[in-house]
Design a protein around this ligand. Structure first.
Ligand SMILES: [Zn+2]
Ligand SMILES: [Zn+2]
Length: 217
């Protein structure tokens, strides 16, 4: 099991790296990603915080014998860009944190894929951030550019996103996409809360391509 979207006290989460790692070990997770918000967020990472966080990730990883990815979650701005502090992250999640009409929401993501390098599209079409009603033509375009660029589509338990029926747009092609799974936990008690995501992907796809199989972890 893995959980590739966890916030720590280095942004707006509550847990220290050590307490998150301990909880992850308790829950039998093999790989986790600490993905704090990036520099556009008021509590997000800057270069100094990213460096300090990394210095805590390494010993916790050794102590608990689990792989902890040094990750970041970037917001996508109106031009379709993301911003990050100067730091070598192992995993970059890009997500929209604004309420937008579906068309603008999807077009912004397509621009971002063209403009920027990232690994995971976070909580796609979360009902918290856009007026999701039903799948539209542009969803198909988004899923296509993700596949072409080998960007993983995240199944996010906190947001219950994406709406699983989005995969029906792709039919059998859905198996060609790569998927990530994240709890988006901001509290230690929710670390590893990924059941909905795993169950949904298993029931929709049977076997599915997992991002951790693609990463060098
Ligand atoms: Zn987010
Ligand atoms: Zn998040």
């Amino acid at each position: 099991m893995f959980d590739l979207h966890i916030h720590s006290m280095y942004s707006d989460g509550e847990g220290s790296i050590e307490t998150i790692a301990r909880k992850a070990k308790e829950r039998n997770l093999e790989v986790i990603a600490i993905a704090d918000h990036s520099s556009e967020h008021p509590l997000g990472l800057d270069r100094r915080k990213a460096k300090r966080r990394k210095s805590e990730i390494v010993p916790s990883q050794d102590k608990y014998g689990i792989r902890i990815l040094d990750a970041v979650e970037c917001g996508i701005d109106a031009e379709g860009n993301i911003t990050m502090p100067e730091h070598e992250f192992e995993l970059v999640i890009a997500s929209i944190h604004e309420c937008l009409p579906a068309e603008e929401y999807c077009k912004r993501i397509i621009r971002c894929v063209k403009n920027c390098e990232f690994n995971v599209l976070g909580h796609y079409r979360s009902s918290i951030f856009n007026t999701y009603d039903e799948p539209c033509e542009l969803d198909l375009e988004v899923l296509d550019v993700l596949r072409e660029n080998e960007i993983a589509l995240e199944f996010n338990t906190a947001h219950r996103a994406p709406p699983p029926e989005i995969l029906d747009l792709l039919g059998k092609e859905a198996k060609k996409l790569v998927y990530s799974v994240g709890s988006d936990s901001h509290s230690v008690s929710r670390v590893g809360d990924v059941k909905w995501a795993f169950e949904t992907l298993n029931s929709k796809l049977g076997r599915w391509k997992k991002l951790i199989e693609k990463l060098d972890v």
